[in-house]
Design a binder for this molecule. Structure first.
Ligand code: IPD
Ligand code: CA
Ligand code: CA
Length: 286
C-alpha cells in the first residue's frame, strides 16, 4: 500500500467525556510537575497577559490526545489563536460549520501559575453545533475535577454540584477578574467593583475564570462577573453552572453563547441584582 493511502489508526472506543477527563488529568499532572521551573515567560496582548512554555506544551499534549481519538474534530485552543477580539472572531468563524469543536485553555490562571499561587486550572469543553455539551475543569493543586455533561448534571469527584442558596446580594460572596485591557475593560470593571462591593458580603479575585465558574457551580461562590474573556475561559464553566442549577448570561442578560466575552454567572437568585447594579454603574463592558 502506498504510504499516503494508509488510514491512520484511530482509537474509537472512548467517550468524549473519558477523553476530556484523561486530557485534563494528564495535562494537570504535567503542569504541576513543572511548577516553579518556567524558563520562557512571554507576554501577549499586554504586559499583564502572560504565556509560558508550559501553557504551550500542555495545549500540544491535549490537542494530540483529542486528535488520537477524534481526528475529525476541530480544536479552538488559546495558544492557537492570536490575542485580541478580531482574531477570536476569525477563529470562531473558521470553526462555525464544524459539528464538534473542542475548546481548550491549557492553563487558566497563568499569572498565578508563574507566581506559585495555587489557583489555576485546565479547562476543556466540547461544543456540538455551537452548543457546549461537555465541560471539564481540573484544579491540579487540590486534585479537584469538575465535570458537566449537558442534561446529565455536574459533578466534583463524583458528587453532584449545586449552586448556593443565597437569596440576595447582601448574603453573597462574589468573584471577578481584573482585566488586562486597561483602556476600556479595566475602568468598567472598577466601576462595577465600586458599585457591588458595598452591597455584597465580600468579593474575591482569585485569578482563574474557569475555577471561579466551577466554584459558582459548586456553591462556593454566589456569583461571578468579568469583562473581556474568551470562550476557552468560560465554555466549560458555563455548562457546569447551568447543570448545577445556576444562570449564565452576558452582563446585559442575553443568553450565553461561545461569542460572549462579558460574562455574568450566578446561582440564579442574585442574577437580576448583579445585572441591575452593573447596568446602573454603567459597568457592563458594552
Ligand atoms: C485569565 C484568567 C484570569 C482572568 C483573565 C484570563 P489565562 O486566563 O482566567 O482569571 O482574569 O481574564 O485571561 O490568561 O491565565 O488563561
Ligand atoms: Ca484563560
Ligand atoms: Ca490560558
Amino acid at each position: 500500500m502506498n504510504e499516503k493511502d494508509k488510514v491512520p489508526y484511530v482509537v474509537t472506543s472512548k467517550s468524549h467525556t473519558a477523553v476530556a477527563i484523561n486530557c485534563a488529568a494528564k495535562a494537570g499532572e504535567w503542569i504541576q510537575s513543572k511548577l516553579g521551573t518556567v524558563k520562557q515567560l512571554g507576554t501577549k496582548s499586554s504586559a499583564q497577559d502572560l504565556v509560558t512554555e508550559v501553557d504551550k506544551g500542555a495545549e500540544q499534549m491535549i490537542r494530540k490526545l483529542i486528535l488520537t481519538h477524534f481526528p475529525d474534530h476541530a480544536i479552538l485552543g488559546e495558544e492557537g489563536v492570536e490575542p485580541g477580539p478580531e482574531a477570536l472572531t476569525k477563529a470562531l468563524e473558521a470553526v462555525k460549520d464544524e459539528p464538534y469543536v473542542w475548546i481548550i485553555d491549557p492553563i487558566d490562571g497563568t499569572t498565578n501559575y508563574v507566581h506559585g499561587f495555587p489557583f489555576y486550572s485546565v479547562s476543556i469543553a466540547l461544543a456540538y453545533q455551537g452548543e457546549v455539551i461537555l465541560g471539564v475543569i481540573y484544579d491540579p493543586s487540590r486534585d479537584e475535577l469538575f465535570i458537566a455533561e449537558k442534561g446529565k448534571g455536574a459533578y466534583v469527584h463524583g458528587n453532584p454540584t449545586a449552586v448556593s442558596k443565597d437569596n440576595d446580594l447582601s448574603e453573597s460572596l462574589l468573584a471577578t477578574g481584573f482585566p488586562t485591557e486597561h483602556s476600556f475593560n479595566l475602568p468598567n470593571n472598577m466601576a462595577g467593583i465600586q458599585a457591588l462591593l458595598p452591597k455584597v458580603r465580600n468579593l474575591r479575585g482569585g485569578g482563574s475564570a474557569a475555577l471561579h465558574m466551577a466554584y459558582v457551580a459548586a456553591g462556593r461562590l454566589s456569583g461571578y462577573w468579568e469583562l473581556g474573556l474568551n470562550p476557552w475561559d468560560i465554555a466549560a464553566g458555563a455548562l457546569l453552572i447551568q447543570e448545577s442549577g445556576g444562570k449564565v448570561t452576558d452582563t446585559k442578560g442575553r443568553p450565553y453563547d461561545l461569542s460572549v466575552r462579558n460574562i455574568a454567572a450566578t446561582n440564579g437568585k442574585i442574577h437580576e441584582g448583579l445585572l441591575n447594579t452593573l447596568s446602573e454603574a454603567e459597568a457592563t463592558g458594552y
